[in-house]
Design a binder for this molecule. Structure first.
Ligand code: SIN
Length: 279
């Protein structure tokens, strides 16, 4: 099959907007093209994709088994789809500072597929950051300190977070989860090294004193959140973002201010695909 595809890079660091691919098509052939693009660009964006929930699920299943969120209730009819809702009068939204999804799990999410249903006229873009570049450009002295270290990722505070968002419903689980992961992991498909910590969930470096751990983590957080490692996607309705949760950080921007984005709803459907034990 001949596919006429256009690839527009979003920044020098990562991210590509793809046209000419229909996400209704979850054939192995179409998925192979998407997955190869994903491994290269880490975050892919597709506009005008009027796909159904079933079609979003079918595409997601090509990447692997689907993951239910540990704290947030899925949709009644499609429990594997988590609906992210910002009500018109809310100034905050889910996923609002730099993070890697559920890195406190033993096997954090592999890939996310996020589809936009309602988008404010302005505000609520999503940003992504490339953790392969963050590792490559890390100071050698810090690399030496962390290359064989693990850090604790914890969901402390995350269990009750649905209370902060009016229309997001918890699933009743309030347990806290912590897991230690290598600070530098190897991507299971590309073999590239990835800086694997994030300021939302990474709490402490194992085998280091509290102060030393804090100093190193703060220095790494400042480094990995540099704007030159990022790209920014401006949503339109019926757009789809697919990102590699292993090699990126992301955040939904909460720039909802009076006379601009405030007063408008933002609604997204999110599907997560199960990952593996970071190595
Ligand atoms: C997320 O953090 O998974 C959601 C990001 C967004 O809604 O832009």
């Amino acid at each position: 099959m001949l596919i006429l595809m256009d690839i527009k890079l979003l920044s020098g660091a990562l991210g590509a907007e793809i046209s000419g691919i229909n996400l209704k098509d979850s054939s192995l052939e179409n998925w192979n093209i998407i997955n190869n693009l994903l491994l290269e660009h880490k975050a892919l964006f597709f506009r005008d994709q009027d796909i159904s929930s079933e079609e979003q699920i079918n595409l997601a299943k090509r990447f692997g088994p689907l993951e239910r969120h540990i704290y947030v209730k899925g949709r009644d009819k499609y429990p594997e789809i988590l609906r992210i809702i910002k009500e018109p009068d809310e100034k905050r939204q889910w996923g609002e500072t730099w993070h890697t999804d559920v890195s406190y799990n033993p096997k954090p999410t592999k890939v996310i597929i996020l589809r936009s249903l309602k988008i404010p006229p302005v505000g609520g873009d999503t940003m992504f950051s490339n953790m392969e570049i963050a590792y490559e450009t890390l100071d050698d002295k810090i690399k030496d300190k962390i290359d064989n270290k693990k850090a604790i990722h914890s969901s402390l505070g995350a269990a009750a977070f649905t209370e902060d968002y009016k229309a997001m419903e918890g699933n009743g689980n309030l347990d806290e989860y912590s897991n230690a992961h290598p600070m530098v992991r190897t991507h299971p498909e590309t073999g590239k090294k990835i800086l694997y910590v994030n300021s939302m969930y990474t709490k402490k470096i194992l085998d280091l004193e509290k102060n030393e751990s804090e100093d190193i983590l703060n220095e790494i957080f400042r480094h990995q959140e540099r704007l030159d490692f990022t790209c920014r996607f401006k949503w339109t309705e019926n757009a789809v973002a697919i990102w590699d949760n292993r090699s990126t950080l992301h955040q939904g921007l909460t720039d909802f201010f009076p006379g601009r984005g405030l007063g408008h709803e933002r609604v997204m459907d999110r599907i997560a695909i199960e990952g593996d034990h970071p190595q």
